[in-house]
Design a protein around this ligand. Structure first.
Ligand SMILES: [Fe+2]
Length: 200
């Protein structure tokens, strides 16, 4: 499955690996137990797997997406849930799929696919939203130049009231060491000796 994503969109695959690494670091700082770290790391690594269902001309389009293309792009979180549940061999698939479904919800209810808000959003999805947004800001994207890490944190802070769980964002902001770039290609990070997901 990861190989499929890598073939479809190499940058998305690398983004998923970086987000998984940072999500685990943030989860540790929040005191999560081993089980939650495994669920969080796996969901973070798989969070954009639904993009394999997005046509490449939309996924890799230079410049901004129009409204119709954006609606297609937004289906990737539900597509990810469906793909994970359909695999049949991913441990804790139900928990992971739920986190992936909700990784674009927003604190104020303005996200998708369900428009849920605050504590209605699964906790691990709220963690994932912070590190996912951070990586999207600091990384080079087709439509956006890479941004300095300090500027990225400032953007996250400015958006915190509407988009992010303020308590989670506060923990992330205190973890300046997390802002050091991590790049292990598109391989998943490990928790101790345990690979968070193992399908490659
Ligand atoms: Fe996403």
């Amino acid at each position: 499955m990861n190989n499929t994503l890598r073939a479809h969109d190499a940058e998305t695959a690398r983004h998923c690996a970086r987000v998984a690494e940072r999500a685990i670091q943030l989860g540790r700082a929040m005191g999560f137990d081993e089980h939650d770290l495994v669920i969080l790391g796996s969901a973070a690594y798989l969070h954009d797997i639904g993009k394999i269902a997005i046509p490449p001309h939309i996924l890799n389009k230079p410049g901004w997406l129009n409204a119709e293309e954006w609606a297609v792009m937004q289906t990737h979180s539900v597509q990810g849930e469906i793909i994970i549940l359909a695999q049949g061999d991913i441990p804790f698939a139900d928990e992971i799929a739920q986190i992936v479904r909700h990784h674009h919800e927003q604190w104020d209810g303005g996200g998708y696919p369900d428009g849920i808000s605050e504590e209605q959003i699964p906790l691990l999805s709220r963690v994932l939203m912070v590190v996912d947004s951070y990586d999207a800001i600091v990384s080079s994207r087709p439509y956006q130049e890479a941004m300095r890490q300090s500027a990225a944190l400032a953007i996250l802070t400015a958006a915190s009231a509407s988009r992010f769980d303020p308590d989670i964002l506060h923990v992330f902001q205190t973890m300046r060491h997390v802002t050091t770039a991590v790049d292990h290609g598109s391989s998943p990070p490990q928790i101790g000796n345990q690979v968070i997901v193992n399908w490659a």
